[in-house]
Unconditional design. Structure first.
Length: 225
């Protein structure tokens, strides 16, 4: 009985695969531009169709630009981008249309350029960027898609350049800058992404303008000089 059910399921799956509709487009010069699989019968003059299966796009010289699988019209699988020379540029994993897992970008020499973890389409943990010499350039902590914690930036030589705290996606607290020897060369206090000194100056200017305006006489009966 179980073997009969398995055979029937296999047959149905094979039938669904055979019913996929492959649609190809070409560049004006005639070269292949894209290959997209659609659920059979879902496309018409009035409907774009339901993507089901692999989609590929190409550069005009023939090399692949990107490829990704679709399930019920949503990305489901690894999206891979390539440059015109065929080097892998990035990998992003999708599950039912949402980004999950490690999202990575690469330099042409295959070293990591950028990486960040996604959980249910939101950034989590540490987002990292690297210089082309493999030195760490930036570290940003995330919780549920928002910056939360100490963000650090580094020089090309690997020295800490600046650091600042984030709270609920806003700069919150003292940002500090350093020279190549690690000495503090500048600090600035932030409140919800705005420099506190600038906010104080704006408030002072506003209060000054109010005093000037209140001191003016706009009465039509004011004596003329």
């Amino acid at each position: 009985m179980k073997s009969s059910i398995f055979a029937l399921a296999t047959l149905l799956l094979s039938t669904q695969t055979l019913q996929a509709e492959l649609v190809k487009t070409n560049f004006p010069t005639g070269e292949l531009q894209s290959e997209t699989n659609y659920r059979d019968g879902s496309r018409s003059d009035m409907r774009k169709g339901i993507k089901e299966g692999l989609e590929k796009n190409y550069y005009e010289m023939g090399n692949i630009a990107f490829e990704v699988n679709y399930l019920n019209n949503e990305r489901d699988g690894v999206l891979k981008w390539y440059d015109k020379e065929g080097n892998l540029l990035s990998q992003t994993t999708y599950q039912q249309g949402k980004i999950v897992g490690l999202d990575v970008e690469y330099y042409k020499n295959k070293q990591i350029k950028h990486s960040v973890m996604y959980v249910n389409d939101q950034k989590e943990e540490l987002e990292k960027e690297y210089f082309d010499n493999n030195q760490l350039a930036l570290v940003v902590p995330y919780i549920h898609g928002k910056k939360e914690g100490i963000q650090k930036e580094y020089t090309y030589e690997g020295k800490l350049y600046t650091e600042v705290n984030y709270k609920n996606n806003y700069k919150e607290g003292l940002q500090t800058w350093y020279d190549t020897k690690g000495n503090i060369i500048k600090t600035e206090l932030f409140k919800k992404d705005r420099p506190v000194d600038v906010m104080k100056k704006m408030q002072t200017d506003y209060e000054h303008e109010k005093v000037i305006i209140q001191g003016l006489n706009f009465s039509p009966n004011r004596p003329q000089n």
